[in-house]
Each structure stands twice: as structure tokens, then as C-alpha cells.
Design a protein around this ligand. Structure first.
Ligand SMILES: [Zn+2]
Length: 457
């Protein structure tokens, strides 16, 4: 790997090799360990995870009555060395249980070195938000995995970083805000270029103008927005000559989005899978499109309908344990997302792989039999049929589907008929399909948008 950015030395007389102290040094030391641990065999990684999980369980048992009674009913001795069998016997923690338990999940005694506690909450785009407390130490790991992501994709810190996303705490000025650096993860460790942020609510024209003015090296935004921006740039012959990589967050990436990014800007799309509860869960492999689970920070399980681990190629639900949150441990938490298990990665890293992240239960089509499936709309052909820019489908009942379209112009009756026929064939189901035309598909509070939502439960 040729990535070798210059360290920001705390001692001016020693520019090279740079000297770092305090908190930035701790970040660098953790990153150094991750460089080694990524190559460990899966069995060794699992052993180390269980050792760390054992410490977390003992802490939870001692300081959180909620877990004490849960462990007791599962017959778990939280102070005995943790075995894989004991781990499997622990109950799954559901989202609604976390919402109901609230502060009962808080530790009564958080170890001092873990630092101060702060609260965060999920965007609530899938219903009620989940509130999670985390320590400064959790923030440390968030920074370290941010650095790993930069390292894997060999990012040049001297470049400008532009983000277009939903902003917390009200809308920023419309022309975006600038910071002198890339932020917390690189602070005190690497010299970086500036970073810029724009609210995703800005119109496509505003976004493109803003990007042209900045001409960033890196762009971070939602996959649906990448597609819309890339299409706009292609249509109008707009170039972003400085753009090297596009990083996606928050939604499902499709091959069409990756193609659009390459075609418009010659820049690869690098995906990340993260959540408010845990931070980075999986990061895209530097040499493939597989998503490596960040096993040093999280114990991630992909379980089938019977609660057994999925074999490569199988689809399951994700159950996640944050290994370092001692303020409010989430132990075997069912986050609500589904994914496909991957094979061991050819890059040689031992970190497990998710070959595909599929979305939430509400993104699944519900059949009359009660069976739930991942819908296929045959989107690839949409643009052959009509000038459709974006779509969103909403299942209203077992027989009715509303399809919202953003199109350059309303479809002709013939195009509408062809589209409806194509969707029915793709879904292998004779849905009554109502088409609706919109100027824009509204995003959720968290700035995301789902291409399919089922209102049938
Ligand atoms: Zn890999």
C-alpha cells in the first residue's frame, strides 16, 4: 500500500518522522493495531471478539440490572470465560425493547477512562427513533475507523472534501459551510485540505453549482443523490475535474449508481454501511465491492429465520453488538437491516464480508401468504421505456401498488402501459398499479429515501 501521509508533528524540530502525543497518538496507535488485525484469520478474530465481549458482558451484569436479569434467564454466568455456545444462548435485543427500556440500559458505573457520555438518536425514518448513549471512547473508535476508511482507499488529505447530507440542528446557510480541516478523525494527526457541507435539501442546480465552485477531490452523499447529480452532470456536460472518489452513506447502492459515478466523473463510488447506534458497521474493501465488517469494534451476526448463522450467499437479518460502548451496551441488537453473507474476501483480510446490504423489513414486499420478499422492479429497463429520473414504489395492499415517478415529461398512455406491464412482469405479480408524477421524491427526516416501502404489515 502506498498510502503514507505525513504526520502533523507536535515537535516542530522533528518534522520527520513526526512525533505525536496525547489523544491523536492514541488514535494512531489504534490504527496501527487495525493494520495488523485486519489480516488475522476469521477464527482468531472471533476468539478476540469473544474475549472483548466477555468483558462487556461482565460489566453489563455488574452495572445494569436490565442485563443482569436477562443473563440470569438465559442461564449465563457473565463471569465465566465466554464460549460461542453461551453467546448463542443470549436473547436477541429488539428495537422496541431498547425504546421501552430507555435509561434502564444505562450503566450505573462507567469506567473513568471511557470519558464523558453523550446522547444521540436514530433519524426516526423508520418510525420511532432509538436513543443511544455513548462515551468519548466510542467516539475514539469512530475516528479510528474513519481513518481506516481513508487508509483503505488511499485518500489524499490535501484534497478538498465536500459533503451533501441532512444536517442536524436546522439548515445551514444555502451556500454550504466550510471548515478548515476534514474534522475530528484527522485532527492533530494529519494536515488536510478544507471540508465543505451542503444540506441535501438544496436543489440539484444549487448542488451542482456548489460542487463546480469547490471542485472537491472527494464527495460524500447519499446514493440516490449521487445518481441524480451524475445524471445532471452528464446531461449538461458539466465536469468536476478534481473529483477522485465518491463516498456513499445511508442508502442502498445499486450497480447503476456505481456506473453513473464512473461515467459522469471517472470517479469510483466507495460505499459505507453505518448507523447512528454503532457508527461504521462495514466498509468497502479496497480491492472489491464487498463490504468488510469492522470486527474489531463490533460483533456482527447475520442470522437466518431459525436464528442460525447464514452461509455465504444466504440472506439474513443483522444482529450487532458494539464491543466498546460501556455506557449503554447494545448486546445482540437486531438493527432491522438485512444483508447477504459474502465469501472470504480474495484480498486476504480475515474481516467477514457482506456481499450486499438489502435494507429494512419495511423495504420488503409482503405477499398475501404472509411471505416477505425483496421486490424486483426491473429498474434497468425503466429508462428504455420512458425518460424516468427517479421512482419510488409504495405497496398499499396485497393487490395495490403506487409508483411515484420523477420524469422529464409525463409518460404517454403507451409508455405508461408498457411500464406497468414491465413492473408486473418483474414482480411476477398482477398488482393494480397507480402512477403518480412528482417534481421530486421527498426525503425522510434523516435525508434518505427508500425506493420501495411496504405499508402492509
Ligand atoms: Zn477484501
Amino acid at each position: 500500500m502506498s498510502w503514507n501521509p505525513e504526520i502533523m508533528s507536535a515537535v516542530p524540530e522533528c518534522a520527520w518522522p513526526g512525533l505525536v502525543g496525547g489523544e491523536p497518538a492514541a488514535r494512531l496507535a489504534s490504527l496501527f493495531q487495525l493494520e495488523q488485525s485486519q489480516w488475522l484469520a476469521p477464527e482468531v478474530l472471533r476468539e478476540r471478539q469473544l474475549r472483548q465481549a466477555g468483558l462487556l458482558l461482565a460489566h453489563a451484569e455488574e452495572t445494569i440490572p436490565f442485563y443482569r436479569s436477562r443473563f440470569a434467564s438465559a442461564g449465563l454466568d457473565a463471569h465465566a470465560p465466554l464460549t460461542p455456545e453461551a453467546w448463542d444462548s443470549l436473547p436477541i435485543l429488539r428495537r422496541d425493547e431498547v425504546q421501552k427500556a430507555g435509561r434502564k440500559l444505562l450503566s450505573r458505573s462507567i469506567p473513568k477512562p471511557h470519558g464523558k457520555v453523550a446522547w444521540t438518536q436514530t433519524s426516526g425514518s423508520t418510525g420511532q427513533p432509538v436513543k443511544v448513549a455513548r462515551t468519548e471512547l466510542v467516539g475514539h473508535y469512530w475516528c479510528v475507523f474513519t481513518l481506516r476508511n481513508h487508509q483503505w482507499h488511499e485518500r489524499d488529505f490535501s484534497g478538498k472534501l465536500a459533503s451533501i447530507r441532512a444536517m442536524k440542528g436546522g439548515a445551514p446557510p444555502p451556500d454550504g459551510v466550510a471548515a478548515a480541516s476534514w474534522g475530528r478523525a484527522t485532527h492533530g494527526l494529519f494536515h488536510t485540505g478544507k471540508s465543505f457541507v451542503l444540506e441535501v435539501g438544496a436543489s440539484l442546480t444549487e448542488q451542482v453549482d456548489w460542487l463546480q465552485k469547490i471542485d472537491p477531490a472527494y464527495l460524500l452523499t447519499y446514493p440516490s443523490n449521487i445518481r441524480a447529480l451524475a445524471d445532471r452532470c452528464l446531461e449538461r456536460g458539466i465536469e468536476l475535474p478534481g473529483l477522485r472518489q465518491v463516498q456513499s452513506v445511508g442508502e442502498i447502492v445499486t450497480p447503476a449508481m456505481r456506473n453513473a459515478s464512473r461515467e459522469a466523473w471517472g470517479a469510483p463510488l466507495i460505499d459505507t454501511y453505518s448507523s447512528e447506534e454503532f457508527g461504521y458497521i462495514a466498509l468497502q474493501c479496497p480491492s472489491s465491492e464487498g463490504m468488510h465488517i469492522q470486527a474489531e469494534n463490533l460483533l456482527v451476526e447475520l442470522l437466518d429465520e431459525n436464528g442460525r448463522p447464514c452461509a455465504p450467499g444466504e440472506t439474513g437479518r443483522l444482529v450487532i453488538t458494539g464491543l466498546h460502548n460501556y455506557a449503554m451496551p447494545l448486546i445482540r441488537y437486531e438493527i432491522g437491516d438485512h444483508a447477504v453473507a459474502g465469501e472470504r474476501c480474495a484480498c486476504g483480510r480475515g474481516l467477514p464480508v457482506l456481499s450486499k446490504i438489502l435494507g429494512r423489513t419495511r423495504n420488503m414486499l409482503v405477499k398475501e401468504s404472509g411471505e416477505m420478499v425483496w421486490p424486483r422492479f426491473g429498474v434497468r429497463r425503466f429508462r428504455e421505456i420512458a425518460p424516468i429520473r427517479q421512482y419510488q414504489a409504495i405497496q398499499k395492499s396485497f393487490t395495490e401498488m403506487h409508483v411515484r415517478l420523477v420524469a422529464d415529461r409525463p409518460l404517454t398512455p403507451d409508455q405508461e402501459a408498457r411500464l406497468i406491464r414491465h413492473i408486473r412482469e418483474s414482480l411476477e405479480s398482477p398488482f393494480e398499479i397507480a402512477l403518480e408524477y412528482l417534481d421530486e421524491i421527498p426525503r425522510s427526516k434523516g435525508g434518505k429515501y427508500d425506493v420501495f416501502v411496504s405499508e402492509v404489515s
